[in-house]
Design a protein around this ligand. Structure first.
Ligand code: FE2
Length: 428
């Protein structure tokens, strides 16, 4: 069989030897036979396409509109967003999102799950995103979550807006129980969201316990409802930062139940590192979910970007690797195998949470690949390395020429590439 493309000398995740990757008819193939095109990767790390499991595309690029978030707090962010939402139009939502989708593509992200605020009687953002999901077609896969930013029972008409959103084609049903007016509303909102998802054959992804309040305990309700409705494998709990503040006995029992229910978890280090702990004097809590304990219990934990230049987080350029870099520090995941796990958290783990089939680096999988300008996971994270190539179905859809730096040393100009020798894994 002849190949369309042969990638020579690639380094796959956790591999110490280089190997060739063949591509034929848009899929990964055995690296044998003639190839129409050959690219020598010279030891660059190659992973499957990056997966973004948690972003709010409808809010991207709105930082400063109509006013900047002066405190940087979650609550000022929500207040500003409720003002900004009034000036949304389908076209301006689409224009902002198109920009960020290009950034994601350039960063190697080919699968995106976006929450979309549906607390809008006209559902403008959702209409725009539904159109865009269709327009991007084969280029990227987008899942949309009906996300009730102001609550299902605390916002006038919340229930019917959620139903409408599901009928309009939201792939996933969301919620925000800790933000509802009462504990009872919160519990009810979870039951409603889960039943709506079951009724329409959709998945569930709920913003759950995104607070420092150790009394915010909605994750246990999610686990129980998932078991009751038989939704195992189709439910994700996002943020769950309150878990950081629970007592250890409760957290132990909860993590066991999360595992039993088969929940997927998503942590969002960029936003939560700046939004949590805001009511603390010293010491200030970090306010992340218990990532290491969840992983150790066998729970599927993924890593999300959450915001790109919006009222809650003014920075970011939609690169999951930047979020992973922050999580290294915030979750103390600096061990060798933990650095490798972080790559799983932006590739295989979110692929499982989103239910993406045919994903990976095996022969026959779609040739959706990312080539990093770095020889190992550690170097890619350390340098937040540029993506030299991004391939979709075997076609190169993004190229980055890494910058070239020189220093003048002893009167001579020399190149600097910030790499220790030719790599760090096996001393090449
Ligand atoms: Fe979020």
């Amino acid at each position: 069989m002849s190949l369309d493309l042969l990638l020579r000398r690639a380094r796959l995740p956790r591999a110490s030897r280089l190997q060739d990757i063949g591509i034929a008819s848009g899929r990964i193939a055995a690296p044998a036979g003639e190839a129409r095109e050959v690219i020598d990767l010279d030891g660059s790390l190659v992973t499957p396409a990056l997966v973004e499991p948690h972003i709010h595309l409808d809010a991207v690029l709105t930082a400063g509109e109509p006013r900047p978030n002066m405190t940087g707090s979650l609550f000022e962010g929500i207040a500003i967003w409720s003002e900004r939402v009034k000036s949304l139009t389908v076209e301006e939502v689409k224009a902002r999102v198109r920009t960020v989708l290009r950034w994601q593509l350039a960063n190697g992200v080919l699968h995106v799950r976006s929450h979309v605020d549906v607390c809008d009687p006209e559902l403008r953002a959702l209409r725009g995103l539904v159109e865009l999901r269709q327009e991007v077609g084969d280029q990227m896969d987008i899942q949309l979550v009906a996300f009730p930013q102001q609550g299902i029972y605390s916002f006038d008409g919340g229930e019917s807006l959620m139903r409408k959103a599901a009928e309009m084609g939201a792939d996933v049903v969301g919620g925000i129980p800790h933000f509802e007016l009462t504990r009872e509303y919160g519990e009810r909102s979870i039951r409603f969201a889960m039943e709506l998802a079951a009724e329409h054959g959709r998945m569930v992804d709920i913003h759950c316990d995104e607070t420092d309040d150790d009394q915010s305990r909605f994750l246990e309700v999610m686990a129980a409802e998932t078991i009751r409705l038989g939704l195992t494998g189709r439910v994700t709990a996002s943020h769950t930062t309150a878990m950081h503040s629970y007592n250890n006995a409760y957290a132990y029992r909860l993590i066991n139940n999360v595992k039993r229910a088969g929940l997927h978890m998503v942590t969002n280090p960029l936003d939560n590192s700046v939004l949590q702990g805001r009511f603390d004097s010293y010491p200030i809590r970090r306010g992340h979910t218990r990532i290491k304990e969840l992983l150790a219990a066998g729970v599927n934990v993924s890593l999300g970007h959450d915001s790109v230049m919006d009222p809650w987080y003014p920075l970011g350029y939609a690169d999951p690797l930047q979020a992973a870099f922050v999580l290294v520090h915030f979750a103390q995941m600096s061990g060798q195998s933990e650095l490798e796990t972080l790559f799983d958290m932006i590739t295989t783990r979110p692929a499982e949470a989103l239910g993406i089939s045919n994903y990976g680096l095996s022969e026959g999988d779609p040739a959706d690949l990312v080539v990093f300008a770095a020889p190992s996971e550690m170097d890619a994270l350390r340098l937040i390395a540029p993506r030299r190539f991004v391939l979709r179905g075997g076609r190169i859809v993004s190229r980055t020429q890494p910058g070239q730096t020189t220093v003048t040393w002893d009167g001579k100009e020399e190149p600097v590439d910030f790499l220790k020798g030719k790599g760090t894994r096996d001393g090449r």
